[in-house]
Design a protein around this ligand. Structure first.
Ligand SMILES: O=C(CO)COP(=O)(O)O
Length: 279
């Protein structure tokens, strides 16, 4: 077992995760899923907009994005204007246009001012039959429209680290098949068993899987950031600092006081040292 306080160099030698490369801006995202109606979403967006000064005063910049339901995108555009908070959607269709009743294209999202689009969330895989192939197609559509795909990936059951790494990497590799080299992506590592749970996944587990995801992004040549999601909230990033670029929040961001604490915690974390160049 790798002690939590092992130096990063020693930890890398042992095959454990090292710190991410310096220079990537930390990032915090929130998906509202279907928790709020339109009026409640507007109230919440106004509360997020009120974090503008707190965001500007952070000791280092942190990207913040929020993903409300489709009908609230226009409200996000209006309420978040001038705050520095970006927004996007929780899903996208792979086709640019055509006979696809009920679907929303990446181009239309870009026109609506979206910057990020979530693809492949576990709930979409489970309830709406999303597969690695559809997630890859959606990732490609997002990239072509100039959006940043937030690729969700994670193992379904807590059956140990080896299986977690294998299942997660297989989802990430498949999704990246839709994104060319040099694309900008975010991978949200979300172990399914830690979503909607009482506690986030243990830090050592997250560190190991996200380290493997980071290596996969590097091999693929994309500009990627890796965040953790699954009952994440205040206190989570502190335990993971050095292994992820930020967090992807659900329920615990409904109270924006929590969101503010998370932003402060992420901004205050030690800036990681650069990794040595690959041979
Ligand atoms: O799935 C998640 C974010 O997309 C995590 O949700 P919770 O933080 O509510 O567990």
């Amino acid at each position: 077992m790798i002690p939590e306080n092992a130096t990063s160099a020693a930890a890398r030698l042992l095959g454990a995760p090292g710190p991410p490369e310096a220079g990537r801006r930390p990032v915090v995202g929130v998906s509202l899923k279907l928790y709020f109606g339109l009026a409640a979403t507007r109230t919440w967006l106004a509360d997020v907009a009120a974090l503008k000064d707190a965001l500007a005063e952070l000791p280092r910049p942190v990207d913040l994005f929020v993903l409300p339901s489709f009908p609230a995108l226009a409200d996000a555009r209006d309420l978040l204007a001038g705050t520095g908070v970006a927004y996007g959607s929780q899903d996208v269709h792979w086709a640019e246009s055509g006979a696809w009743t009920g679907e929303v294209s990446a181009g239309m999202l870009a026109e609506a001012g979206a910057r990020y689009v979530e693809v492949g969330h576990a709930e979409r895989r489970r309830h709406f039959g999303e597969t690695d192939a559809t997630v890859a197609a959606k990732t490609g559509a997002a990239v072509r429209a100039g959006l940043v795909p937030v690729i969700c990936a994670g193992e379904r059951h807590d059956n140990g680290l080896a299986q977690a790494v294998e299942e997660t990497l297989s989802q990430v590799r498949a999704a990246l098949g839709g994104a060319g080299p040099d694309s900008e992506v975010i991978v949200a590592y979300e172990p399914v068993w830690a979503i909607g749970a009482r506690e986030p996944a243990p830090a050592r587990h997250v560190r190991t899987v996200t380290s493997a995801v980071r290596a996969c992004l590097r091999d693929h040549g994309v500009r990627g950031r890796v965040v953790y999601g699954g009952t994440a909230g205040p206190g989570t990033f502190g335990r993971l600092a050095g292994s992820v670029d930020g967090l992807f929040l659900g329920r615990l961001a409904h109270d924006t006081a929590n969101l503010r604490l998370v932003l402060e915690e992420v901004a205050a974390a030690t800036v990681p040292a650069p990794l040595p160049l690959r041979p």
